[in-house]
Ligand binder design. Structure first.
Ligand SMILES: *Cc1c(COP(=O)(O)O)cnc(C)c1O
Length: 410
């Protein structure tokens, strides 16, 4: 179980159908909800007692995605008032935790009014504003302090949120003052600590060592500051997806085994994960119809319908995204079909910028105008991080292939 299996034929069947009634060059996101359900169920089911999985919805907050995950995850992690309103509009009961920098008074008040389980507080000033809003309402605010921790021997990834100067969390040296302030402010209930130092973690053993360091640190703080009433530690998300070498994904099975060994360090605390990318990336596919295949100097380019305004992930992460060509037999014109065989090709979109590139010089057996190029691992930080209206091209279709298991309750 190192990586979920991609159900290519299932996705291809759907795309060929979509192509038949497209009427214009196709661009589409396809989400395999059954694959999502199976993957999330495996992850949630592999966690030992005392560990809980939250889904960080900023990775992909589409309703069918959230509906698939709600029964499997312990709850959702939200990072804005907009996400809070969106989730509460559709899920009255699901447990929520609220993270994120620069929370406004309205967002903090919304979290108190709409029953968020815990707020992850990012600074002393945020804590003071939250206490002031809680006092006004006569309620107690449940809080985890997000700490930017210096971890000895920290193995960095390509996206670091802490362990160095960043805008996130409370720097470790400010913690004593924060804790002293909290002792005089009963309107805040300190439930624990929150860490999210990195994303793109691909190494299960390194991640286990990091979690071990978090839990040891929390143990030291509990002893040092007499924090007997804590009940949780949130260890963030950050499990990566290997876009560069897709056969070598994060070894979740090994990680889950390591968690069992780590259980002794929990010391009665509940350990929460708030993963985004690793949960939803594998279920999504971005498909583009090739409009043209051309050469410039010694390079070949497939120009396809769509681009980074739909799927910014490769540009955002600086990689060449893996893809497959789905051959399409029909050809509508009475003249020659441009294409290349057994060649390297760059896949680009329709934007008027050389930055609109999704794959660089990738080997293909064949690609022709009219074929589809399909990018897997496009279910997280894909559509939702893209600049949709640059050039005002049409938005892609979004198709959700349904969950296949029978509803036991029906
Ligand atoms: C974005 C974010 C996550 C999710 O990160 P992934 O890399 O998608 O797992 C979790 N916690 C915080 C605080 C975040 O900002």
């Amino acid at each position: 179980m190192t990586a979920p299996v991609l159900r290519w034929s299932h996705v291809a069947d759907h795309l060929h159908q979509a192509l038949a009634d497209a009427g214009a060059p196709l661009s589409a996101y396809v989400y395999d909800l059954e694959a999502l359900r199976a993957h999330a169920a495996t992850i949630a089911g592999s966690l030992p007692p005392g560990f809980e999985l939250f889904y960080a919805i900023k990775a992909n907050s589409d309703l069918p995605i959230l509906q698939t995950l709600a029964p499997l995850a312990h709850g959702f992690e939200i990072s804005s008032g907009g996400e809070l309103a969106w989730v509460r509009e559709h899920f009255v009961e699901v447990p929520l935790i609220f993270s994120g920098p620069g929370k406004t008074d309205a967002e903090l008040a919304g979290a108190l009014d709409l029953g968020v389980e815990a707020l992850h507080v990012e600074s002393q000033h945020e804590l003071e504003r939250l206490a002031w809003l809680a006092r006004e309402r006569g309620v107690t605010a449940p809080v985890l302090l997000r700490v930017n921790l210096a971890v000895e021997g920290l193995q960095a990834t390509t996206l670091m949120m802490g362990g160095k100067p960043t805008p996130f969390g409370i720097a470790g040296d400010q913690l004593p003052a924060c804790l002293a302030w909290l002792r005089a402010h009963p309107e805040i209930r300190l439930r624990g600590f929150h860490f999210h130092l990195m994303s793109h973690q691909l190494d299960a053993d390194a991640h286990l060592r990091l979690l071990d360091a978090y839990l040891r640190q929390v143990g030291r703080w509990r002893a040092q500051y007499g924090l007997g009433t804590l009940d949780q530690v949130n260890v963030g998300g950050g499990i990566g997806v290997n876009y560069r070498e897709p056969q070598r994904q994060f070894d979740w099975a090994r990680f889950a085994e390591g968690l069992t060994a780590l259980s002794a360090r929990r010391d009665g605390l509940t350990v929460r994960f708030e993963c985004g990318r690793y949960i939803t990336a594998f279920c999504g596919y971005y498909a583009m119809e090739v409009i043209d295949v051309k050469h410039a100097f010694d390079r070949a380019f497939a120009v396809a319908s769509g681009g980074t305004h739909h799927f910014r992930t490769p540009y955002a992460q600086g990689h060449s995204h893996p893809f497959r060509v789905l051959p399409v037999a029909s050809w509508r014109y009475p003249f020659a079909r441009p294409g290349v065989r057994e060649a390297r090709v760059s896949v680009v979109g329709q934007l008027c910028t050389p930055k609109d590139i999704l794959a660089h010089d990738a080997y293909v057996d064949s690609v022709r105008a009219g074929d589809l190029v399909v990018f897997p691992y496009a279910g997280a930080y894909a559509w939702h991080i893209s600049h949709h209206d640059f050039l005002r091209h049409p938005h892609p279709r979004h198709c959700y292939l349904p969950v296949e298991v029978a509803d036991a309750a029906a």
